[in-house]
Design a protein around this ligand. Structure first.
Ligand code: HEC
Length: 129
């Protein structure tokens, strides 16, 4: 009898933990997080496609990054944040052009420059809050 009660309590406890974990698994993302995660995904994809010489795919992701950062950048209230976001748009445009010309070296350099702009905003604006 004691054994059954013990087993039952384990079962109840376990299902409570699972129910909690399931409810907790997908917290709703803030709009800024969705924007940022899309940027990170494009950068990762472009780096992978550079290694694989898939220049067309790089152009496509670069164009998406251009469009998103131009759109978002116009409405960034912080002047430095706006400048950095629009600088990313401009660098992404450079990547699109370089990829169209299959110029991998330029793509690589510009990807690095974009990453440093992302980092600058995170260090100077995001992490200061
Ligand atoms: C204008 C400033 C700014 C720029 C530029 C910027 N970020 Fe962010 N980033 C933020 C802020 C602010 C947050 C926090 C958003 C939040 O938690 O709501 C953030 C959060 C993130 C996160 C975490 C998202 C999450 O799931 O919580 C990632 C990943 C990220 N940024 C990637 C990037 C990449 C990649 C770039 C460059 C292509 C970039 N960011 C450029 C300001 C910026």
């Amino acid at each position: 009898m004691k054994k059954i009660i013990a087993l039952l309590s384990v079962a109840v406890f376990t299902s409570a933990v699972f129910a909690f974990a399931a409810g907790d698994a997908k917290p709703e993302l803030r709009p800024a997080q969705k924007i940022m995660q899309a940027r990170a995904a494009w950068l990762t994809a472009m780096s992978e496609n550079l290694v694989a010489n898939r220049f067309e795919a790089i152009s496509k992701d670069a164009d998406e990054l251009v469009a998103q950062t131009n759109k978002v950048g116009e409405n960034v209230p912080n002047p430095l944040g706006k400048e950095l976001t629009l600088a990313i748009a401009s660098l992404a445009k450079d990547i699109s052009v370089a990829a169209a010309g299959k110029n991998g070296e330029t793509v690589k350099v510009k990807l690095g420059e974009i990453k440093s702009k992302c980092g600058e905003c995170h260090a100077k604006i995001r992490d200061k809050k």
